[in-house]
Design a protein around this ligand. Sequence first.
Ligand SMILES: Cc1ncc(COP(=O)(O)O)c(C=O)c1O
Length: 352
Amino acid sequence: MLRPESRLVHRDGTSLTSPLDRSTTFRHTGGLEYQRSGHPVGIDAETLLGSLDGGSALLFASGLAAVTAVALGLLAPGDRVAIPHDGYYGTERLFAAELSRWGLEGVPFDQTGSVPPGVRMAFLETPANPSLSFPDLGPCIAAAHAQGTLVVVDATVATPLLLRPLEHGADIVLHSATKGLAGHSDALVGAVICADAAVAERLHAFRTLTGGVAGPDAAWLLLRGLQTLAVRVARSSESALELAHRLAAHPRVARVRYPGLGPDPVAARYLAGGFGCLLSFEVAGDGAAAQRVEAATRLIANATSLGGAHSTMETRHRYEGDRVAPGLVRLSVGLEHVEDLWEDLSAALERG
Ligand SMILES: Cc1ncc(COP(=O)(O)O)c(C=O)c1O
């Protein structure tokens, strides 16, 4: 089999790229019926993602639509679900604000320890957004399985080029493909890759009835973005490591979180070929100082999201003030020249 870098680019058939077929309905002769249950460009993207992560893939309309499908499609009222207390805030909020009304209880936990007892499903994040904490996947998943807990790993930040959680025993991998996989901040897509094809079938049935499939345009943009994933991940990881080191030495920075700093011994055992595009740092002083810094960059966009070609940066307190320090700034390193990024960042720190 071709290596992942080549699979990202290569497509069998006459066309080098997947034709953008927007048909919502199909003749009853070719296997497909209606776009909500599956469509050609979506299936191309699913085949590629499935081969990268080593399982059966399904696309969803967004990362959170994928989380919703995994929860509502696989759980039952009364089930408890462990969620990293320092991971993606949207997952925690989804359970607290919405899924709790359907009898699903989110239980925050420290993913650097073990999964709490009595949970039916556990989410892990590799590394977590925005804390960059990293779980010890092998023992954590084995202990979860021993107590009958299904394990879902949100590997949005790592991408399948740096980490393939199914190889470490995870039941399901989840990606906000909106981020690094699509990679250009122009498509909202989620993906789930299941170790067990029967689980994928169950989620496919759920997706068909609830309608949360990604459309052909988003799937096409995902495939387009995936072609350059390997070079983007390598470049942004290299720049992020350099910036993390420089930030750590800056007098106006109190703390830097990046798995490559040190490096984090657990992350270093699991991530192969780079530590990803995401880092967080705390600006010395109060939250107002961090807000001045985020507003002072000219090249780095003061915007949310991560994994895009453009670098983006924001204080996270605006969303998750109940759990992150006011001075915490999250930076997603894009593809600009690292020296331009540093000039922008250090000037913002001086001005802020
Ligand atoms: C780690 C992680 N998981 C899931 C999501 C949700 O993805 P989406 O925005 O595509 O719904 C995000 C979005 O920021 C994320 O960072």
